[in-house]
Design a protein around this ligand. Structure first.
Ligand code: RAT
Ligand code: ZN
Length: 422
């Protein structure tokens, strides 16, 4: 039997891995952040951090008398003050979302301990958007943020229509949920945008949808297309969303060699009163993923699933199909207990051919905590994995370590996007 490595060589390995992870720039492959050109769509600063929907959901738990409608009607500052009082002052902020606020504050200010919300507000008050982005990216060591760009979003579309100016810190991703979640509405709005479609999926309608996608691919130059798909999105099937996916989206994605990101497992609005905070989780039908991987070997799929129960099956499918790249610990799975479990499982079954994390940040400052918390876990996990390898006498050199970590923090994603399947 191999002898376990001595504590001192483990400590040395931990130091090496920690240094490499800290020094490696990150590509954050899915966020809800925007360039300054998108104005108010880019959320940042303490009030936005506190009114993040994860914290809003927790706040209602301590405020049984608070009508959600009332909270949402308040100015953001007042909402933030209630969250601060309930989650940071009346109780200690131990949940992952609360801890995240503190980690971000600590990175900016050296210490998050101030109980005065106004003191934290003063810190952010003087920061312009550009400087704020640079600072947050530096503190998180993120070199590239992939936005989520939805042509169905009227506010966002106006920015594109006026002319978008690329920003070297950001990339775009074309989000098309609406085509799959509510076709009658999607069709009406396509017509309003000048793309001729009818509610039946006639050849002319397929052409109209394709023209819409081609227009937005040309305008946005996305690095991938994406959709969060509802639990009842099953393939193959005769439903209109399924036909749009197979007849229109797949051929176009293949022609352009554009990966399609499938985010599955969100059960929208289980408590509609909570609005953005009202979504739940549902298991994914894994046969749908098997089907697309097998049926479309020339297409590429970035896949993240919301239910913990589906994570093992996703690893197994990715072992069989190289056109599947599992990514991230999404939303309700982005907490230490699950990041630890899922990252270990993926490394054990897929090696380094996966993307362990994306931030899903909706507020700029969140990139700091989301990456800091993940990197801490990645150090633990990699110390175990490289430690096990080194027990055999297979010493991992610094160059090899840097190569591997660069892959996990972005390289595997870019390589997958460039790859031609078949
Ligand atoms: O993680 C989140 O904040 C969710 O609200 C969603 O944005 C989800 O990530 C999505 O992209 O649909
Ligand atoms: Zn998201």
């Amino acid at each position: 039997m191999n002898k376990p490595s001595s504590p001192s060589s483990r400590a040395a390995l931990r130091k090496r891995i920690g240094r490499v992870i800290a020094a490696t720039p990150v590509t954050d492959m899915h966020t809800h952040l925007y360039t300054p050109r998108f104005g108010g769509l880019l959320l940042r600063g303490i009030d936005a951090l506190l009114t993040y929907h994860y914290l809003v959901a927790e706040t209602f738990r301590w405020n049984p008398d608070l009508d959600p409608e009332a909270l949402f009607s308040w100015p953001v500052g007042r909402q933030a003050a209630r969250v601060w009082q309930s989650l940071f002052i009346d109780h200690s902020p131990v949940s992952e979302s609360c801890r995240g606020v503190l980690t971000s504050l600590q990175a900016f200010k050296g210490n998050a301990g101030d109980r005065s919300l106004d003191a934290h507000r003063r810190f952010f008050a003087g920061l312009g958007a550009d400087r704020h982005i640079d600072l947050a990216m530096k503190l998180a060591n993120v070199e590239c943020l992939v936005m989520t760009n939805d042509p169905y979003d009227d506010v966002e579309r106006q920015v594109w229509d006026k002319g978008y100016k690329a920003d070297r810190r950001f990339r775009t991703a074309l989000r098309i949920d609406t085509l799959f979640t509510n076709w009658p509405n999607a069709a009406a709005r396509l017509n309003a945008m000048g793309f001729r479609v009818t509610k039946d999926l006639t050849p002319a309608t397929r052409k109209g949808i394709r023209a819409f996608l081609e227009h937005w691919i040309a305008t946005m130059k996305p690095v991938y297309m994406m959709a969060s798909l509802p639990p009842d999105f099953i393939l193959p099937s005769k439903t209109i969303p399924a036909r749009i996916f197979e007849d229109v989206v797949m051929p176009l994605a293949r022609e352009r060699n554009l990966a399609f990101a499938m985010m599955i497992g969100c059960k929208r609005q289980i408590n509609p009163a909570l609005r953005l905070a009202g979504d739940g989780v549902a298991n994914t039908d894994m046969a749908t993923i098997e089907y697309v991987a097998r049926q479309y070997p020339g297409n590429k799929f970035l896949v993240t699933l919301l239910a913990r129960e589906n994570q093992h099956a996703l690893c197994v499918i990715a072992r069989k199909f190289r056109n599947i790249l599992p990514f991230g610990c999404w939303w309700f799975l982005n907490s230490p207990v699950f990041i630890n479990e899922i990252t270990r499982m993926r490394l054990e079954w897929l090696g380094l051919s996966m993307m362990p994390q994306h931030s899903d940040a909706r507020v700029l400052d969140q990139i700091i905590y989301k990456w800091n918390h993940t990197k801490n876990i990645l150090v633990d996990v990699l110390v175990d994995k490289y430690g096990d390898v080194e027990h055999t006498g297979w010493k991992v050199g610094d160059d090899e370590l840097r190569r591997d970590v660069a892959g996990l923090l972005g390289g595997a994603f870019w390589q997958f996007l460039d790859a031609k399947m078949e």
